[in-house]
Structures are given as C-alpha cells and as structure tokens.
Design a protein around this ligand. Structure first.
Ligand code: HEM
Length: 498
C-alpha cells in the first residue's frame, strides 16, 4: 500500500503539534522554503522534535531528535520501511519498482539481498578499488596538467571534476564500459573530461529528467497533474524513455559480451544480473535490470561527489586541518606513490575529516522519505498509517544539546571513538540504510586523500569558500566549488610520471 494520504482522524488521538498557517489544498506547502531541511529545522525549534505537516494532500511527520529518530529505525523500523514517493518520482522509478523506491516486501527484500550480497558486497567493493584508483589518478593528472599549463596555481572546477569521477567509477562498475583511465591517450586529454563516453551519455539523459522531478506544485497538487499542466508528465516520460533506451543498450552490449565468452571474474553489475536472469528470467527481466542500474547510478553519484566537495570546501576554510591531514598521509603513504584503498584504515585523521563532513553536510539531509505501514507512536505521539516520515539528520547532527560548538568543523571530535554512541546517521539507519556506504567511503577516501596528498590548495581570490546550502535531491553547495591548486614540490616526481 502506497501513498496512503487518507489518515483516520480521531479526537482521542494525540497527534504531533502542527504549525499554524495550513491553507486549503496547499496545507503547509507555502511555508516550506528552500532549502527544505533549513525550514524544517526552524519549524522544529518552534514546535518541537516531532511535528506534523500537511503537504498538499499528504500527511507527513518530521522528526528532529536523536531519541525519536532511533525509535523510528529500531522499534518501528518495519512499520516505517515503506517509501513515500511523489508522483514525479513514480514516473522516473518504474512505478517505484527499484531498490530505493520499492515498498517493503518480498520484491524489495530480493533486490536488497542482491545489492548487499552481490553488487555492493565488501568483496566486490574491494575488487573495485583498482578502478577507483585509476579514475582518481586520471583526475590528479588532469589537475597537475592544468597547473603546468597555467605555469603556477590553476583555478579548477572541483565540483565538475568530482561529479565526473563518481559517475565514471559507478558506470564502470555497472557496465564495465571502458578501459582503465590510466590507459587513455593524449588525445583524450584534449576533451577536458575524464568521463567515459557512456558516463557522458548517461549524464546527458539524466540532466533532462532532473529539472522535472520533485517539482513542488505539480507533485503535491493533483489538479495540475490531472490536466498535465506545464506538460510536466510528457516531458518526464520523454526524458525517461531516452534514459531507459540508453540503459537497455548497455544491457544488450553486456549480453553480447557474455555470449562471446567475455566478462571474466570481475563481472559488471549488469553481467551479474544477466547471470541471474538466465536462472529466473521472469524475475530478472530487462526492465528490472534497467531499474536497478538506474537506481544505483542515481543514488551513488551526486551523494559521493558532493561529499568530497563539501570536505574540500571545509578544508579550504580550515587550512590547519588540511596541513594536519597532509602530514598524516606523508607519514603513512609517503611521496613515491598515490594513496590507495588499502591505506585508508591507517589514515585515522582522514577518516575523522570524512565523518565530520558527513555530520555537518549529510548528502541526504532528510534521508529518503519513509512511510508508515501501520499506526504507531513516536515520542509519545500517534502517527497514523500512511504518514510520510522525514528525519532531519542535518538538524540532529547539529543538536547543541549533544555536540559542543555544533556548527564548527572539528574532525578531532571523532578521534579515538569519542563520538561513539552519538546519533550520526548520514547513511540512514535500519532496514533501509544505504547499501552503498562501503563503496562511498572508499571512493570519498581515495579521492579526498589524493587531492590532499598531491596539491597545495587555495581559495580563489583568497575569499572564504561560501558554505551556503542549495536544495535538490541531495544537498548541493549553493555555489559550486572552485579552488586553486598547485602541485606540492615533494610530489613533483610522482606527478610528472602520471
Ligand atoms: C556519501 C555517499 C552516500 C550517502 C551520504 C548516501 C546516503 C543514503 C541515504 C541517507 C539513504 C536513505 C536511507 C533511508 O532511507 O533512511 C540512501 C539509500 C540508498 N543508497 Fe546511498 N548514499 C551514498 C552513496 C551511495 C552509493 C555509492 C550507492 C550505490 C552505488 C548508494 C545506493 C543507495 C541505495 C540503492 C539506497 C536505497 C536503499 C533502500 O531503499 O533500500 N548510495 N543512501
């Protein structure tokens, strides 16, 4: 059962407080300004850590306390294991059939099992480390060349570089689309991108879809949808069919490769799914594989790259922390090779920087919306069945009752297990927790570590990096990060050889 907006109201129930100002049709929608997590934090300060909202025709509850969030994902984890999907999200996710959008039940459990046991298992993530390092090396080489061409510090669009890196890494895992970045030729350097052609094509098609997803009015006001006002539905459907045709072409290519006896031990995710298809064709249909791949690419790209972007922004504004991280890497890795995934367990301070970045700037500040499958109680309040659950981890991670100087960037607060037991959940919690955490932490660790290891970093024009938050499916920086980089003298020998 999905999107149960009908909630039984009863005067005997103790419903969470609701902000005044709800109006017919819109409910509280007109109060919710971008970025949403910011507005919801302010409403929670005024009305308490469990509050109810009406978003158009939908009932929602917003949770902003560590204790109540834990309650949702432990005691009521099964109750809240459904997703709450907006109509535009239904259109782009095969009616919610993908892992991240499926309702709790046997279909979701099967997808989840495949993701955890096969596609994103520790063994598989370990096997991806070579590809991740190759892509990071290509990015570092490009930055080095930019500095050489500038004859000194070069101004670089880090946001774009990091997005390209994340997408290419994931695309390579999903479809084994290209030879290692290290094997690329000089002529490729002229393109000003390290994205594989497949990653470029996928980016082009998703760029067409994104502007229409989660458009507030169209999603929440049924009248606009019934008459397809602004032709939103038609535009989404056209873009989605181009995306799916592209993904199907990757599946076909992989099928041909397998038929020709290719693939080897290090199978792509599509190849793993096609092998399952041979055993159970009615379950692992091409549509199911398309949905799965689209979901993984969508869930893993922007989240990973934005996290590195926020981390670099924080480091640029905190040069002392950057130097400390450099010293740790110099001592543990040296200067004759680039950092790799095996180094990460020995780089405790780098891991603290990543943890602190995810505390301050969780890529999904409200997690993904859950939905209650039955009536339950949270924080002593009654939550009716069919209510969307938004957990504001952004605000919980900055709770002044829990964290000293909560808005300050202090990686040391995670050192020596000091933060153990505190509620920090950038990847969510419980059954629907992110299955890509290990892959994300490996990619973020190697990418961030290499940038720190190889370059001196500065802020364009010496101005503080703007830390404003934008709105989107993830939490982007309002102003995309640009930075100035020059190779560290000590790394010249290695960088010249890349
Ligand atoms: C820094 C990077 C990442 C962050 C911060 C992040 C965070 C999250 C969060 C908060 C959720 C929702 C949890 C909830 O519903 O309570 C989620 C779900 C999910 N993530 Fe990630 N994620 C990251 C990277 C990745 C990667 C690399 C992949 C895979 C390639 C991935 C795949 C997924 C999927 C498939 C789901 C849906 C799971 C489900 O509904 O059962 N994520 N992620």
């Amino acid at each position: 059962r999905r999107n149960g907006s009908k909630t039984r109201s009863s005067s005997l129930r103790r419903l969470p407080p609701s902000p005044p100002g709800a109006v017919p049709f819109l409910g509280h929608l007109h109060l919710i300004k971008k970025p949403f997590h910011g507005t919801l934090s302010r409403l929670a300060e005024r009305h308490g850590p469990v509050l109810s909202l009406r978003l158009g025709s939908r009932a929602a509850v917003v949770v902003t306390s560590p204790a109540c969030a834990r309650e949702c994902f432990t005691e009521h984890d099964v109750t809240f294991a459904n997703r709450s999907l907006l109509p535009s999200q239904m259109l782009v996710t095969f009616d919610g059939a993908a892992l991240g959008t499926a309702s709790y039940g046997p279909h979701w459990r099967n997808l989840r099992r495949i993701a955890v046991v096969q596609l994103l298992s520790a063994r598989r993530v370990g096997a991806m480390s070579g590809a991740i390092c190759a892509e990071v090396r290509a990015m570092v080489r490009r930055l080095h060349r930019a500095a050489a061409a500038a004859g000194g510090p070069a101004r670089v669009e880090l946001k774009r570089r990091l997005f390209e890196l994340s997408l290419t890494v994931l695309m390579g895992a999903v479809a084994q689309t290209k030879a290692a970045a290290a094997a690329r030729t000089e002529s490729d350097d002229a393109d000003d991108t390290d994205m594989s052609p497949e990653a470029q094509e996928f980016k082009r098609v998703i760029d067409e879809v994104f502007p229409y997803v989660s458009s507030v009015l169209w999603d929440y006001l049924p009248l606009l949808r019934w008459f397809d006002v602004f032709r939103v539905r038609s535009k989404i459907m056209a873009a989605v069919s181009r995306r799916d045709a592209f993904l199907r072409s990757l599946i076909e290519a992989e099928r041909r490769r397998m038929d020709d006896g290719g693939g080897g031990d290090n199978k792509s995710m599509i190849a793993v799914l096609l092998t399952l298809q041979k055993q159970e064709p009615e379950v692992y249909t091409d549509t199911m594989i398309t949905a799965f791949c689209s979901n993984l690419l969508g869930a893993g790209t922007e989240t990973t790259s934005t996290t590195v972007e926020w981390a670099m922004s924080l480091l640029l504004n905190n040069p002392g922390t950057l130097e400390k991280a450099q010293a740790e890497i110099d001592a543990a890795v040296g200067h004759s090779r680039l950092i790799n995934a095996d180094d990460l367990p020995r780089l405790g301070y780098l891991r603290c920087i990543i943890a602190e970045t995810l505390r301050l700037y969780p890529a999904a500040p409200l997690l993904l919306p859950h939905e209650s499958a039955a009536d339950c109680k949270v924080g002593g309040y009654d939550i009716p069945r069919g209510t969307a659950l938004l957990v504001n981890v952004y605000a919980i991670h900055r709770d002044p009752a829990v964290w000293e100087h909560p808005d300050k960037f202090v990686p040391e607060r995670f050192a020596g297990g000091k933060a153990e037991g505190l509620f920090v959940a950038p990847f969510g919690m419980g059954r629907r927790k992110c299955p890509g955490e290990a892959l994300a932490l490996q990619t973020v660790g190697v990418a961030l570590g290499s940038l720190i290891q190889c370059f001196h970093w500065g802020r364009p024009d010496g101005v503080e990096v703007d830390m404003g938050e934008g709105s989107g499916l993830t939490m982007p920086k309002a102003v995309p990060l640009e930075a100035v980089c020059s190779p560290r003298e000590i790394m010249h020998g290695l960088l010249d050889k890349l």
